[in-house]
Design a protein around this ligand. Structure first.
Ligand code: ADP
Ligand code: MG
Length: 349
């Protein structure tokens, strides 16, 4: 009760600003917003459509179906902000949507960022969120937030490994005593997988498809490990020779083959993280295994694939798309405990 009362005075927000999806949580309320990180703009002017509301869900629906003069843009790429103005507009829109009714004060915001972020990129995140309407901003490493969200005992002297496969990046981290003791962050995630499927279909079927169609194919029949019953799916695209639309039937084995290189890159990231670990930490990991989260971990059989390739037991968390945001909310609720692991916009100048 007291916690709830305090939180209504404090109004702290957790913002998981992902390359693919943004989630917002309010202390005392839980997750209140979950939308794609996309904005629909008019080419040339850069004006956001629908009176500034073509952001998130609405913009995603327009993707791949827009006339020439409209483009659907992602303000983040590979986990970092690439379009500052649009990122600010998007965050402002999401903060306004997530704000409890009647609240006028500026919120304090905790935001998550990939481990590979540079000090300049970190400053850009602080500036963007502050200009979007935050009073003060803290930043937490995505892997730390994910580990807190999965309930791993990261504050204890036992090594835990987290693998967050997002849209733009995959973050691998080993944590012990609340600190990252080994990590790797690579620019391979769902987006690279989709581009690999697009390439595969062009090379093997002379068929051009968009990345949104490739994502659907990956989600529907994609896998990292042979399926008990392999599947097929019909896909529409444009013939690269005739330029005419046509269909092709693709098998789940082919999609798996297309995903070979990105999956290999994820295995390499896990192995390079293991290489940084002492024998004691590695021994803990052999017992405790790796915990997978992020939307990319919903690829069928990815846990089994990682397990077979690295020798570590691996499991996917329940609801992997919201692990980071949930971890951030826990962090805000026990703020004093986690404060030493955060960067603040006030100190970082
Ligand atoms: P980010 O943190 O980078 O925004 P997310 O953790 O939100 O990324 O994950 C987004 C990725 O998850 C996208 O590439 C999307 O295609 C993928 N994804 C979402 N649902 C599924 C699913 N059911 N199967 C496979 N991949 C999925
Ligand atoms: Mg993420």
């Amino acid at each position: 009760m007291l916690q709830r009362l305090l939180s209504t005075f404090r109004f702290d927000l957790a913002v998981d600003l992902g390359t693919a999806n943004t989630l917002v949580g309010v202390v005392g309320e839980g997750l209140v917003l979950d939308e794609p990180s996309v904005v629909a703009v008019e080419r040339g002017t850069g004006r956001i459509l629908s009176g500034g509301c073509a952001i998130g869900q609405l913009a995603k629906q327009m993707q791949g179906r827009t006339p020439e003069r409209i483009s659907v843009v992602r303000p983040l790429c590979d986990g970092v902000i690439t379009d500052f103005e649009l990122c600010e507009a998007m965050v402002r829109y999401f903060l306004r949507k997530a704000r409890p009714p009647g609240w006028r004060r500026k919120p304090r915001v905790l935001v998550a960022a990939p481990g590979c972020i540079t000090p300049v990129e970190r400053r850009a995140v602080f500036n963007s969120i502050q200009r979007a309407g935050a009073r003060q901003v803290w930043l937490i490493g995505e892997a730390t937030a994910a580990a807190i969200g999965t309930g791993l005992p990261i504050a204890e002297p036992v090594a835990s490994m987290i693998v967050d496969v997002g849209g733009g990046t995959t973050e691998v981290a080993v944590l012990s005593l609340a600190e990252t003791v080994a990590d790797a962050s690579i620019h391979t995630g769902g987006d690279v997988m989709d581009r690999a499927i697009v390439d595969y279909l062009r090379r093997h079927y002379s068929l051009r498809i968009g990345t949104a169609a490739a994502e659907r194919l990956r989600i529907d029949i994609g896998s990292a490990f042979p399926l008990p019953k392999e599947q097929t799916q019909e896909i529409s695209g444009v013939d690269t020779v005739s330029g005419l639309p046509r269909k092709a039937t693709v098998t789940s084995e082919e999609v798996r083959q297309a995903l070979g290189d990105p999956l290999e890159a994820i295995i390499e990231a896990v192995k390079s993280t293991l290489d940084q670990c002492s024998a004691e930490l590695a021994a803990d990991l052999v017992d405790n295994g790796a915990v997978l989260c992020g939307g990319g971990s919903l690829l069928r059989g990815i846990d089994r694939f990682i397990s077979e390739q690295t020798g570590l037991p691996a499991r996917v968390v329940h609801e992997p798309l919201s692990t980071v945001a949930k971890g951030m909310l826990i962090c805000l609720e026990h703020f004093e405990k986690w404060k030493p692991t955060l960067h603040s916009s006030d100190e970082d100048v």
